[in-house]
Design a protein around this ligand. Structure first.
Ligand code: ZN
Length: 315
């Protein structure tokens, strides 16, 4: 849990902001490009899809990371200082953000501040009634419900609505352009979702075990049943005793699949699969986590393909 404090501020660079990206300079010069910072690559992809040429957007976190320890560079802090919006997942998904806010020290980015966009507000959050310790001091423990809601493509609707509204507040003349961009993304997702659902239809009801509890939204959308997680609670590593109990239960109940992420302990994940007789699949939690997952729709494309391939073998 101490790793919650693992935010690393890389030692000072002489002139902060000296290496501002082209888009940022454009935004400062012309004033017609909206500079946005997001906490994740998924949100970056959604902001880029809605904002189009009218935004420059960067993610503070890389595609694959330990949620407890995201390294923020002075260049990123400078970027946030001059940004018009900070778009984030919310709940307790970004325990490292409190220290970023402290370093930036700008009330615009305080929770609920004029430049703060918390996308969880428009979401029907799962597991919000699950009793868990709420740790205000910043650990990713799902204390306010499950924060991995971007992994249901249908949640792109409320997420992009909030993004479009926030962008239009800054550029009211572009409201229709943002709405058009959003509709184009949603139309594509609707078509893709029909195909993904069809591809996964033969596996509806398949019982799966996830390493970290990242997949309840994804599972609900695609008809998988997450019966247990390898982590006994979010962020808590399993003990030998809990693993033995888990694998015994998996054998008894016919769990077919273990879902891990690249950040999971690979040796534990493969042990659980081997001992229980389930297949192991590594799914990508965020855009950019695989070269093919280059935007929000292709994130699901990659994951649905990996799942169908693994489940075909597991039937
Ligand atoms: Zn989590």
């Amino acid at each position: 849990m101490l790793r919650a404090l693992g935010l690393v501020l890389v030692a000072a660079v002489p002139a902060w902001g000296a290496a501002a990206p082209d888009g940022l300079r454009l935004a400062q010069r012309g004033g017609d490009v909206i500079d946005v910072v997001t906490t994740s690559t998924d949100l970056k992809a959604l902001v880029a899809a809605v904002g189009g040429e009218r935004v420059v957007v960067e993610s503070l976190a890389p595609p694959l990371h330990d949620p407890h320890a995201v390294e923020i560079t002075p260049g990123q802090l400078a970027r946030l200082r001059s940004a018009a919006l900070l778009v984030r997942i919310g709940l307790d998904h970004e325990p490292w953000l409190a220290r970023v806010r402290g370093a930036v020290n700008d009330p615009r980015f305080a929770p609920g501040g004029p430049s703060d966009v918390d996308l969880s507000r428009g979401i029907d959050v799962l597991q919000s009634q699950t009793p868990r310790v709420r740790n205000e001091r910043g650990v990713h423990v799902h204390g306010f419900g499950n924060p991995h809601y971007w992994l249901d493509p249908m949640n792109a609707r409320p997420m992009t609505q909030a993004i479009a509204d926030a962008l239009a507040r800054l550029a009211s003349g572009e409201r229709e352009a943002f709405a058009r961009n959003r509709s184009r993304l949603l139309a594509r997702l609707d078509a893709d979702l029909a195909r993904w659902t069809e591809n996964l239809a033969p596996y509806r009801g398949a019982r799966v075990v996830a390493y970290h509890d990242s997949w309840p939204y994804f599972a609900r959308r695609f008809g998988l049943v997450v019966v247990a997680t390898i982590e006994p609670a979010p962020g808590v590593p399993p003990s030998a005793a809990s693993l033995a109990e888990l694998t015994a239960r998996m054998k008894e109940t016919g769990v077919r699949l273990v879902i891990a992420e690249p950040s999971a302990n690979a040796s534990i994940a493969s042990q659980v699969a081997a001992r229980s007789g389930a297949r192991l699949v590594t799914l990508i939690p965020s855009v950019g986590g695989d070269p093919e997952a280059r935007d929000y729709p292709t994130l699901f494309e990659v994951n649905v393909r990996r799942l169908t391939r693994t489940l075909t073998g597991a039937r």
